[in-house]
Each structure stands twice: as C-alpha cells, then as structure tokens.
Design a protein around this ligand. Structure first.
Ligand code: PGA
Length: 250
C-alpha cells in the first residue's frame, strides 16, 4: 500500500495570531514519526511563519498557486524560486476556485505544473467536474481533457512523483462529499489513464478533495485508489486535521 498524503489548503484564511495557535497545536498533536506525508499550504505572506513553526517537525508546507514565469515584470506574481526560498516543497496548481475566478486556462495550469516540477518541488494538480457535467455523465471526459493538455505539452512522464487531487467542484465547500465509490471510480479512471508509463503509475498519488471531514475520511481513504486527501475547512481546525491524518495512517 502506498504511503498516504494529507494536504491542508488554508485558502485565504488565517492571521499571524490564528496561524500561530494552529501551527503550535499541529506540532503538538502530530507524532514525530509519521507513516504518512502531511502538508500545509498557506497564503504566500505566511510562508515564513509556517516555515519557522514547522521546520523541525515532520510536516512539510507549500503554496496554493505560483507564477508561470520565472521572474520579471509580472506585477503581483510569485515565482517558484521565491517559494523555494521559504522551504516550500509542494504547490497546489489549478484549484477550481482559481480557474473559475481568474479564468485560468488548462494551458496556463500545464505551464505552472511544469515550472513546479522543474524547480524540484511537487505539484498538486487539481482536477474536477461541475455538477452539471456529472449529471450529464461526462465527468471522465472533463477530467481527461484537463490531463490531456499537460500530456500534450510535456508528455505523460511529467506526472512521475506528482500528486493529482480529484476535487469534484460540487463537493468543495458544500458538505456534500463524493461517496467513497464515486471517488474510487474516478481515481481508478485517472490511474488507468496514466498507467502506460511505469514510473508514473508507481509514483503518482491521487488524493480526494471536497468536504472531507473526520466522519467521512476513513471510508474515503479505505478505497484502493484513494491515496489521501486535500482538505479546505478541516485544515483550519487542529483536532479535525489531526483526526483526518490519523485516518490516513497505514
Ligand atoms: P473543503 O475544500 O474541504 O472546504 O470542501 C476543499 C478544497 O477546496 O481543497
């Protein structure tokens, strides 16, 4: 069985005081020797604070987005090298809240994915369908298209040592998580799609995101193709986060 991974996506939440309390509680609650990977993705301005609190713990950290350019005249953007300076090892790419609010194209997302990989950090690529697409039965087609853009631009082997987060858009922030069977079916589909390349099928982790909570985590994580979770709201509460991490322990 693969080592599982649980990622907290703080989104645009937190403050210096709130983060300090949360990070202290996480360090205290989470055991030193872990049988899973735990990652915290904070807003950019807090990366230094997150690094300071977590550097001596087994928890890793990262960002929620990155620029598709290396440096230069791109007002408001943050580059991969800046993230690395603060010890980030993971970057969430293509979260649906960003692709809808800022009209991010699949090509942009693919370029960012490559930039993160090239900088020796791990991209966490979010893919997912809307409720209308699910009801129309075209969810596999939608996910395929999101992956195909990356495959077309960089080849399937770029998925080696990366993370894909299946996040049905209807399940995010909604209290309507996908059922373990729905998650399993899509994770299996993604794994099969990328199984041509041996390295990729061995090293790729496919995690589920969308209303994961302490009550549903164990069932979701018990599915054979679910390698962990991407958590929004539950990552802002140390007890919930710890309980979900516990459900992901082998
Ligand atoms: P949620 O968010 O856990 O609050 O539903 C998940 C996500 O958007 O990553």
């Amino acid at each position: 069985m693969k080592r599982k991974i649980v990622v907290g996506n703080w989104k645009m939440n937190g403050s210096l005081a709130f983060n300090e309390a949360l990070l202290k509680a996480l360090v205290e609650k989470i055991p030193k020797a872990l049988s899973l990977d735990i990652i915290v993705c904070s807003p950019y301005p807090y990366l230094f604070q997150v690094q300071s609190f977590l550097k001596k713990s087994p928890i890793r950290w990262g960002a929620q987005n990155v620029a598709k350019f290396e440096s230069g005249a791109f007002t408001g953007e943050v580059s991969v090298s800046m993230l690395k300076e603060f010890g980030s090892s993971y970057v969430i790419i293509g979260h649906s809240e960003r692709s809808t609010a800022y009209c991010e194209s699949d090509e942009n997302i693919a370029t960012k994915f490559m930039m993160v990989k090239k900088a020796a950090m791990t991209p966490i690529l979010c893919v997912g369908e809307t409720l209308i697409e699910r009801e129309a039965g075209i969810m596999e087609k939608v996910i395929s298209k999101q992956l195909d853009t990356i495959i077309k631009m960089y080849g399937e082997e770029i998925f080696d040592q990366t993370v894909i987060a299946y996040e049905p858009i209807w399940a995010i922030g909604s209290d309507m998580a996908a059922s373990p069977e729905q998650a399993q079916a899509m994770h299996h589909f993604i794994r099969e799609k990328l199984s041509l390349h041996t390295n990729v099928s061995k090293s790729l982790k496919i995690i589920y995101g969308g209303s994961v909570n302490p009550q549903n985590a164990l069932q979701l994580f018990s599915m054979p193709d679910v390698d962990g979770g991407l958590l929004g709201r539950a990552s802002l509460n140390a007890s919930d986060f710890q309980s979900i991490c516990h459900s992901a322990e082998i």
